[in-house]
Design a protein around this ligand. Structure first.
Ligand SMILES: NC(=O)c1ccc[n+]([C@@H]2O[C@H](COP(=O)([O-])OP(=O)(O)OC[C@H]3O[C@@H](n4cnc5c(N)ncnc54)[C@H](O)[C@@H]3O)[C@@H](O)[C@H]2O)c1
Length: 464
């Protein structure tokens, strides 16, 4: 009787836990050790496999082919033209041809291929999680475009698999390497902003053309995702850089959120106006709101606003506002202010000349080292190249990566949680602690750099 009763009680307690996300906090206890601070054995010559040679896949092939010690050995797509296009680029660049993996399931073979060390996953969203799991199970480090997962359960599965396989699983959040994002991180680390209290980030980018343009090939996958989901389906560009500045998973953690969808006035109307009458995308019932706003509270009591708007004629912005007790910084356009003396207040942002002085003086070391080169190689003003140079450097030198699977999980899980909250009158949702308590003792991220000579760049490093 007692056993039954205990069993019943355990079940009842667990059910209550599940309702609050608590049972999930116990997930993965039987997995491997934490991946925080994990450094894999050095890989001086990285054999890279790229899956999904579309917009982003082509970009990575172009960028990475400028990095010494990286060989693009495998390329995978469902479209033979995309493979041919990549091979043409490699040949023009004087690089060896990559092995080709063609077809919807060919990524599985690439993930199992012993000749590949690292998988770079630039596929549509529905393939992000299966390819990450396949790569790690095949013994490969995996880097995946944003968002790298969409549900809390998927995030846990990635955490557990990374811990068990001891393979890196990093989200390719290029915006963490943006010049202003890194300047903000630098100022925060140097104490120039005082104690950090609030931040705002966003993905405000008018993408209606992507859904409405009847361009050849019909790669409408992103529209389908937006048609079917509310909340914030693309939270990471605005949020992840703020998380690094706030030491999320390294002294603080995202605790809970509330999310609110605006009216759905523009996206569907725009497409119905632009698309031909027989286009199947002329439908009703688009779930994505024109604006989603999510408020997050951290364990240390700070607040973060994250917004998503891809369907109004509003100029591009990731906002990137960070306020502290001694100053504030913001982008779009770049502005900064410090309290000059206690009580002096800050009624206006510093003027442009002063702001530029600060930008120059406190530029992040990575931007000082490789910023000029990055601007020439390109990729969102250079940040994509800096991101690639940094993970390549870390793998070649056997260093921990800047971001790990816990950073991926705690930010990507917002896709599910914001949608649930927005669907339920902005109910509060707990954000799981994927570190399982380690956020309290994990050391904050430091200001990092790379050594170009160690990477094998020639002294005339600026030539690419
Ligand atoms: N970080 C950024 O700044 C940024 C910018 C744009 C897109 N993205 C992300 O990059 C990813 C890719 O976006 P994109 O704009 O390059 O998309 P895309 O549609 O241009 O490219 C996707 C490619 O994947 C291929 N593909 C589809 N199914 C496949 C399969 N089964 N196996 C192999 N290849 C397959 C397609 O043929 C296509 O070439 C998305 O996750 C997106 O969110 C990130």
């Amino acid at each position: 009787m007692n056993v039954t009763r205990n069993g019943f009680l355990r079940g009842a307690v667990c059910t209550a836990f599940v309702a609050s996300g608590g049972c999930r906090a116990l997930r993965g206890l039987s997995g491997g050790a934490s991946m925080y601070g994990f450094a894999a054995p050095r890989i001086p010559r990285i054999r890279l496999g790229v899956v999904g040679i579309g917009g982003r896949g082509n970009g990575v092939i172009r960028r990475v082919s400028n990095l010494p010690g990286v060989e693009i050995v495998a390329i995978c797509d469902i479209n033979p033209d995309k493979l041919a296009q990549a091979q043409k680029f490699l040949s023009e660049k004087g690089k060896p041809a990559a092995r080709e993996f063609l077809g919807p399931d060919a990524w599985r073979r690439l993930c199992d291929d012993p000749g590949v060390d690292v998988v770079y996953n630039t596929t549509p969203w529905d393939l992000h999680v299966p390819i990450q799991l396949g790569a790690m199970k095949g013994g490969k480090h995996v880097f995946t475009e944003v968002p790298s997962a969409f549900t809390v359960d998927e995030c846990w599965e990635l955490v557990e698999t990374s811990e068990k396989t001891r393979c890196h699983c990093m989200q390719l959040e290029n915006c963490c390497y943006g010049e202003i994002e890194m300047l903000t991180f630098n100022l925060a680390k140097l104490g120039m902003l005082g104690e950090l209290v609030h931040a705002e980030g966003a993905y405000i980018h008018d993408l209606r053309w992507m859904a409405a343009t009847e361009y050849p090939g019909g790669e409408y996958w992103r529209f389908d995702e937006n048609r079917d989901h509310g909340g914030n389906r693309y939270p990471t560009h605005g949020l992840v850089p703020l998380c690094l500045t706030f030491d999320i998973n390294r002294g603080d953690r995202l605790d809970y959120l509330v999310s609110l969808d605006s009216a759905k006035a523009n996206f569907q109307a725009f497409m119905n106006e632009k698309l031909k009458p027989d286009n199947p995308r002329r439908i009703s019932g688009v779930k994505m709101a024109d604006m989603n706003s999510t408020l997050i509270k951290t364990a240390k009591g700070r607040s973060i606003l994250v917004q998503h708007d891809v369907s109004t004629p509003r100029p591009y912005s990731r906002i990137q506002l960070v306020t502290g007790t001694k100053g504030a910084i913001c982008d779009y356009p770049f502005r900064v202010v410090f309290e000059e003396s206690v009580g002096s207040g800050a009624h206006k942002w510093f003027d442009d000349a002063r702001a530029e002085e600060i930008r120059e003086k406190y530029r992040h070391p990575l931007w000082k080292t490789i910023g000029e080169l990055a601007k020439r190689v390109g990729g969102h003003g250079g940040m994509d190249f800096i991101m690639d140079a940094r993970w390549v450097y870390c793998l070649q030198q056997g260093l921990p990566l800047d971001m790990n699977v816990y950073d991926l999980a705690v930010t990507s899980c917002l896709c599910e949680l914001t949608e649930k909250s927005a669907d339920n009158r902005s109910r509060t949702y707990d954000i799981p602690d994927f570190t399982r308590g380690n956020w309290r003792t994990n050391k904050p991220m430091e200001i990092v750099d790379i050594d170009l000579a160690k990477m094998g760049f020639a002294p005339d490093k600026d030539k690419v």
